[in-house]
Ligand binder design. Structure first.
Ligand code: DQQ
Length: 476
């Protein structure tokens, strides 16, 4: 078995090396060696190691023939590939795809709970590992839950989220109500194999949270419970904070994660440090043709830690990421009257922290991935008058077939901005004041689109502190 794994690792490394010169491919985010990925699946800690599974098409960089890929990490940052965990079984209840789900510890047996798709029917299936999560055997009695309730859309019945309380297993599934609006379904079991329905955990209204929900997460955070759902087809992520008692969830507040952003279908894990960690799928923002010629598509977000501030979910990048820091630049007490080049810092794989006071400016912020004469650049700024944090990709790329829109979210403060940002090739993730997260993709065409600037307009912003660290690759 050891030889097999080593062979696999070598092959995976070779497949990764093919992309060494691809300036859009991330260097310190996790993504499969090649092909397609979408949702994170089954994140679990086992004997101290983090296991990340993910929706994967090994046959090409497009959604289809959905498998579960697998990777392992000891430190949350460096990942080692593992062989594919789940492959659709010819003639099985998952013959058309192994859709999203979770991983649980069933009295010492690692167990995946996932949605099998066959002829458009979605049912819930199990797979177990007897060799430390390396290979997976599907349960002979699959599917373990086959029939959706009568009041939901019969072809949307997926993405199990499972946890245990005492001797009882609970499962939340996502669907849409026939009467309109998403729904989180709740089930109970004593053995993971026989499931009984309970009253729906939560229903939504179409206008607010769309028609169909996907990928539910339900977990305690602080003294509350949080339900996270992803909305299809609008691709937005919502959270509800409330109380859970006597198998009933009463939401008290609602918010959006990554408004307008590329992050979707997040999955969380409560790790052995007691942290609720979150990974999401960051999708491509370029045409299928361009994805096809790139040879890869989709990437996992960096891990983030969730916390609760009153009734709001806050997010922060995990401190383990600091391991990747290399060359460091710090600029203190700057007053920014117009555009200022940040000398000596260049690149497309860095971490940046910006603390900025509004002053008299109407807009202030950063320009990244800028070519020397500004043909390509991405602006990230506080529009103080509108109260928005904006990512403007209008001039991010001279290429065709890539999205170039403007994304924005509500500024947490009217007077100051504290920005924590990671750029990694085409992946841009930022968190403002732990409250607003925005994730997006940029695809500059030029190798020299690597400049950084600070700017303000309509007045002077300051004092400003900027710190930038070049970051190491996690692969070679
Ligand atoms: N992706 C999976 C589904 C899930 C959707 C299929 C969310 O299980 O609902 O690839 O992106």
């Amino acid at each position: 078995m050891t030889t097999t794994i080593n062979d696999w690792l070598e092959t995976a490394a070779e497949r990764r090396r093919v992309f060494t010169a691809d300036i859009h491919r991330p260097r310190y985010h996790f993504l499969p060696p090649d092909g397609w990925t979408n949702d994170p699946n089954g994140v679990i800690q086992w004997k101290g190691e983090y296991h990340l599974f993910y929706q994967h098409n090994p046959h090409g960089p497009f959604w289809g023939t959905i498998h579960w890929g697998h990777a392992v990490s000891r430190d949350l940052i460096h990942w080692e590939d593992r062989p594919i965990a789940l492959t659709p079984s010819f003639d099985g209840p998952d013959k058309d795809g192994c859709f999203s789900g979770c991983a649980v510890d069933d009295n010492g047996t690692p167990t995946l709970v996932y949605t099998g798709v066959a002829d458009d029917r979605q049912t819930q299936c199990l797979a177990m590992s007897r060799d430390k999560l390396l290979t997976w055997e599907k349960y002979q009695g699959n599917p373990v839950l086959a029939t959706p309730p009568e009041d939901v859309r019969p072809l949307d019945f997926r993405d199990p989220w499972v946890w245990r309380e005492g001797d009882t297993w609970y499962m939340v599934l996502a669907s849409g109500q026939l009467s309109g609006g998403g729904v989180a379904l709740l089930y109970r079991s004593s053995d993971l194999r026989n499931w009984n329905p309970l009253p729906h955990l939560l229903t939504g209204e179409v206008e607010m949270t769309g028609e169909v929900w996907e990928c539910p997460n339900f977990f305690p955070l602080g003294d509350k419970h949080v339900l996270i759902i992803s909305v299809w087809p609008r691709h937005s992520v919502h959270f509800f904070v409330g109380t859970f008692a006597d198998e009933r969830f009463v939401p008290e507040s609602h918010g959006v994660l990554d408004p307008d952003g590329s992050l979707f279908a997040p999955l969380t894990l409560n790790d052995d440090k007691g942290r609720q960690l979150l990974w999401g799928w960051i999708d491509e923002q370029r045409s299928r043709e361009v994805q096809q010629s790139a040879g890869w598509a989709g990437v996992m977000s960096l891990p983030r830690e969730l916390s609760l501030d009153k009734s709001s979910v806050h997010t922060a990048f995990v401190p383990e990421l600091q391991k990747l820091r290399r060359a460091h630049t710090r600029l203190n007490d700057l007053n920014i009257a117009e555009a200022v080049d940040v000398e000596g810092v260049k690149g497309s794989a860095f971490e940046l922290r910006l603390a900025l006071v509004r002053g008299s400016a109407s807009r202030s912020g950063l320009i990244l991935a800028r070519s020397p004469s500004g043909e390509e650049e991405t602006q990230i700024y506080a529009d103080w008058e509108k109260g928005e944090l904006v990512i403007d990709r209008t001039h991010s790329s001279l290429l065709s077939g890539v999205e170039q829109g403007i994304q924005s979210g509500t500024l947490p403060s009217a007077e100051r901005l504290y920005l924590h940002l990671y750029l990694d090739g085409s992946v841009l993730e930022l968190i403002a004041d732990e409250q607003l997260t925005l994730s997006t993709r940029i695809y500059p065409s030029r190798n020299d689109s690597v400049g950084i600037r600070l700017f303000s307009s309509g007045g002077v912003s300051g004092p400003t502190t900027l710190e930038v660290w070049e970051l190491a690759s996690i692969w070679f």
